[in-house]
Write a protein of this length. Structure first.
Length: 263
């Protein structure tokens, strides 16, 4: 009986050794999609700028080094998440967005050429359908990112926003690409997406005064990631995004650290 038990044990060991070893997580290269928060962080003309106040930076009386800071940030400055409640009353705040909406397969819609020609370009339904013609229909549960190429202009405020002017007069002079409201409405009506994102300061284009794309998406609890970067490093399909904001209770937005896992 003992001999038989040893035979069974040996067989189990051999079987386990023959199974393929799963690859370590994550399986591919990581790409950081977030700008740093610092003195050069670009914010909306009416928002207060990011600030880092030093509390301690030196050797303590006990003889060890200690560093600590306080920081201040607008919800909607730098690379950040817009929660649906930002433009849709009663919809999800930052802390109420299910985590699984912030992780998913990526679909890239590239409009760099059009955005270079027109600073106020708006991504159209035709642009999305052209991407689908090239790479297939947007799969259910995807996160759609719009690549305009504007992240290359960061941190030049005037080039990135179309103006360096601050205050309400600066808002009136904003010029950068965004998503056309018709395209936003088409996405929520025809595709099941988790979230959207863009490498400009807003999912609506700079001259917008009604923010219709925000409203069309947020009414359906589809959040948006804004001021993304390094989208040029991502393939049209096959990558995965993990976009986790600071969990601000009741927040309409939050600083965002987003990464992509390449296939």
């Amino acid at each position: 009986m003992t001999k038989c038990l040893w035979c069974v044990f040996a067989a189990l060991v051999l079987a386990s050794c023959s199974q393929p070893v799963p690859p370590p997580f994550p399986g591919g290269e990581l790409v950081d999609l977030s700008h740093s928060y610092d003195a050069q962080t670009i914010v909306w003309p009416t928002s207060e700028k990011f600030r880092l106040d030093t509390v301690s930076d030196g050797v303590t009386e006990a003889g060890f080094y200690y560093a600590a800071n306080n920081f201040f940030s607008a919800e909607h400055g730098g690379t950040h998440l817009d929660a649906p409640v930002h433009f849709a009353q009663g919809r999800q705040t930052v802390d109420r967005i299910p985590v699984d909406r912030l992780v998913g397969p990526l679909v890239i819609v590239d409009v760099v050429t059009a955005a270079e020609r027109d600073a106020s370009y708006q991504v159209t339904v035709a642009d999305i359908q052209a991407a689908e013609k090239a790479d297939g229909e947007i799969p259910a549960g995807s996160i759609v990112l719009f690549r305009t190429g504007y992240s290359r202009r960061w941190p030049d405020v005037a080039s990135y926003l179309g103006t360096a002017e601050r205050g309400a007069s600066g808002v009136a002079k904003l010029r950068f690409p965004g998503l056309h409201p018709d395209a936003a409405r088409w996405l929520v009506a025809n595709r099941t997406i988790k979230a959207v994102g863009i490498d400009t300061a807003s999912i609506d284009f700079g001259p917008s005064s009604l923010y219709e794309s925000h409203r069309a998406l947020f009414e359906h609890d589809v959040p948006a990631f804004e001021n993304l970067t390094s989208l040029e490093m991502l393939p049209p399909r096959g990558a995965t995004i993990v976009a986790l904001p600071m969990k601000i209770g009741g927040g309409s937005g939050a600083p965002l650290r987003a990464i992509a896992l390449l296939p």
